[in-house]
Ligand binder design. Structure first.
Ligand code: SAH
Ligand code: SF4
Length: 340
């Protein structure tokens, strides 16, 4: 039997485990601090634990992040990591520097079952869910590649897979990321991006996690959205936006709506007007993502002037709208270019 991977355990579970070995609670806090706060995997290096405890831990448990199987640095400074999981499958995580931010994009599934027409990951189908330890393991592994003094400031769940379709592991990973004895991120620095699973949003609303939410909208009409995103055939825009309106947003937080701009598909001035109408009354901001092309896709990125005029139409209507000029396109690390 393989040893329990401590990265599968939340800090409170690590404390219980250590207590079950007859140790006082503070020993558990020390162990969680070594594993999550300091990023140490070797029990021998955990110098404030007794030698006896270190030996017992080494016999029982391990700290096993995914293995870094590949690392490609893009011209724009972002780094794509290929991470090999225990069963040999790989997922990708991307480190993206931007001004004073260092954002990590993590995956939640191997492949994805939602089959959005413009997404390369979608062509893989769903291979399997990641465990919570495999999700936080990406953060652990990525952190270990940083220069001394560098620190991840933000985590976005925007890599391979649909976070809310792997609900339990995603929520557990979020709790480990925000726990002070875990990675200690402020929830405001974490964003979960979803294709828009209404039931998942309703469950998430009850978790009181206070992380940011990004909804993949991509079209202002059911006709176009259903064509691009099969999920929309079951849960249309009215259902989705009603769930967004009900979502208990923390004060001063806005919900992000992602809108991938596809040439002549969803990028007309009329589409911008319809989008403004759809988002009326929501504390929203729109993140426009010019389509990242991949071999075999029939979609094209709109020309820059069409991208800018779409943004201008949203801004003129009083919406907050930014353009995510892609990171890591040259190494296949941009949004929707991840596959293994
Ligand atoms: N499954 C989740 C999170 C992963 S995708 C979701 O769909 O939200 C992260 C974002 O990239 C989503 O908004 C997705 O729709 C978008 N995306 C996917 N493929 C893309 C592509 N080729 N170009 C631009 N954006 C893309
Ligand atoms: Fe899955 Fe998101 Fe890609 Fe759609 S856009 S196929 S939900 S990863």
């Amino acid at each position: 039997m393989s040893a329990t991977n401590l990265l599968e355990l939340a800090p409170d579970e690590i404390m219980k485990l250590v207590e079950s070995l007859g140790q006082p609670a503070y020993r558990g806090r020390q162990l969680a601090t070594w594993v999550y706060v300091k990023g140490v995997a070797e029990f021998g290096a955990m110098t404030d634990l007794s030698r006896d405890l270190r030996e017992r831990l080494a016999a029982l448990v391990s700290v096993t992040p995914p293995e870094i199987a590949g690392r490609r640095v893009s011209r724009d400074g972002s780094t794509k990591l290929d991470l090999r999981l225990a069963d040999g499958r790989t997922v990708q995580a991307v480190v993206m520097p931007d001004d004073d931010r260092l954002t990590l994009c993590v995956s939640t599934q191997v492949g994805c079952g939602f089959g959005c027409a413009f997404c390369l990951t979608g062509t893989m189908g769903l291979v399997r869910n990641l465990t919570a330890g495999e999700i936080v393991g990406q953060v652990w592994a990525a952190r270990s590649t940083l220069e001394p003094g560098a620190r991840l400031t933000h985590v976005v769940f925007m890599g391979m897979g649909e976070p809310l379709a792997n609900y339990a592991a995603t929520v557990k990973a979020l709790r480990i990321l925000v726990s002070p004895l875990g990675f200690g991120f402020s929830p405001r620095r974490i964003t979960v991006s979803t294709v828009g699973l209404v039931r998942g949003l309703e469950r998430l609303a009850r978790e009181n996690l206070r992380v940011n939410l990004a909804i993949s909208l991509h079209a202002p009409t059911d006709e176009v959205r259903s064509h691009l995103m099969p999920i929309n055939r079951g849960w249309g825009l009215d259902d989705l936006l009603a769930a967004c309106r009900r979502f208990p947003l923390p004060v001063r937080q806005r919900m992000t709506f992602e809108y991938t701009l596809l040439d002549r598909v969803n990028d007309s001035p009329e589409d911008a007007v319809r989008l403004v109408g759809r988002l009326r009354g929501l504390r929203a901001k729109v993140n426009l993502i010019p389509f990242n092309e991949w071999a075999g896709s029939s979609f094209r990125r709109p020309p820059p002037e069409r991208i800018l005029s779409f943004q201008r139409a949203l801004l003129d209507a009083g919406l907050i709208a930014t353009i995510r000029w892609s990171k890591g396109e040259d190494v296949g690390a941009a949004c929707g270019q991840l596959a293994s």
